[in-house]
Write a protein that binds this ligand. Structure first.
Ligand SMILES: [Zn+2]
Length: 270
């Protein structure tokens, strides 16, 4: 079985990282992941790439087997996950073509398998700081150095989909101070955390959701059009980021299960 240290998800409109990677099939206890994984090296770093909607874009956000996808990365040895996604802006100063490097999320999904801990082992992982701070800093500085507009933090509200928001929902999300809206960051980020992997949510803004006057509400065609325009910039950002990720982790993500499990603990002896 090949191994990889860095896992990269491809989102809407982003289906390959570098050419000529070897495709492998990975099965998991949770079923098949979204697609085969492309495995290879980028300047000496072992990388696995997976299109989360499948390369043929056949799996909508609410039908993605998130547990299988994260488990597949983990089974290859991945410790860092880079998760670009398409997102709508909820702020007037965050424009299409910008990148938001998420540091918080709001979960407004409702029908997803979002934990590996369904019992009998009862585990409550902390989600206070769900995104890896080391990868967030590195993504921000790498993108800025390449001339991209990077927002170094942001709260991503994740909706169930597959429909987009109503104008009222979008106005509500915006009024809460949240920055961007997407459909796939949750439960990807917390499942990665349950597997003690670092997770970086890099959102490429493709539209203004439904919330800005005079601008037509988002459509799927518009998302794919803007993503297509920015595809190469995103690919280059990811490749430069991969090369710069320190071999050893300088964060606490690898200890996210410490103290999180309640069951199977023996009572202290009197
Ligand atoms: Zn980390």
């Amino acid at each position: 079985m090949p191994t990889a240290e860095i896992g990269v998800f491809g989102g809407s409109g982003f289906y390959s990282l570098v050419p000529d990677l070897e495709q492998i099939e990975v099965d998991t206890p949770y079923g098949a992941p979204s697609d085969s994984l492309a495995i290879g090296e980028i300047e000496g770093r072992k990388v696995a790439f997976m299109a989360r909607h499948n390369r043929a874009h056949t799996i909508p956000p609410h039908k993605i087997n998130y547990r299988a996808n994260l488990w597949a990365f983990k089974s290859l040895g991945v410790t860092r996950v880079l998760a670009p996604c398409a997102a709508g802006s909820l702020k007037p100063y965050i424009h299409p073509g910008h990148f938001v490097v998420c540091d918080q999320f709001i979960d407004r999904t409702r029908a997803r398998n979002d934990t590996f801990f369904d019992g009998p082992q009862v585990t409550h992982v902390s989600a206070a700081d769900p995104y890896c701070p080391e990868l967030r800093r590195l993504a921000t500085t790498t993108g800025a150095a390449a001339g991209l507009t990077m927002h170094p933090n942001g709260t991503m509200v994740v909706i169930e989909g597959p429909r987009f928001s109503t104008r009222a929902e979008s106005a509500f999300h915006s009024s809460q101070g949240w920055d961007a809206v997407s459909m796939t960051q949750y439960p990807e980020v917390t499942l990665a955390r349950e597997l003690q992997m670092c997770f970086s949510g890099i959102a490429l803004i493709t539209d203004y959701d439904s919330g800005i006057d005079e601008i037509a509400p988002v459509s799927a065609a518009e998302v794919v059009r803007v993503f297509g325009e920015s595809n190469e910039r995103l690919r280059r950002l990811l490749v430069s980021l991969i090369v710069q990720i320190p071999k050893d982790r300088g964060c606490e993500c690898g200890n996210s299960l410490a103290g999180a499990t309640l069951s199977n603990q023996q009572p202290e002896e009197a």
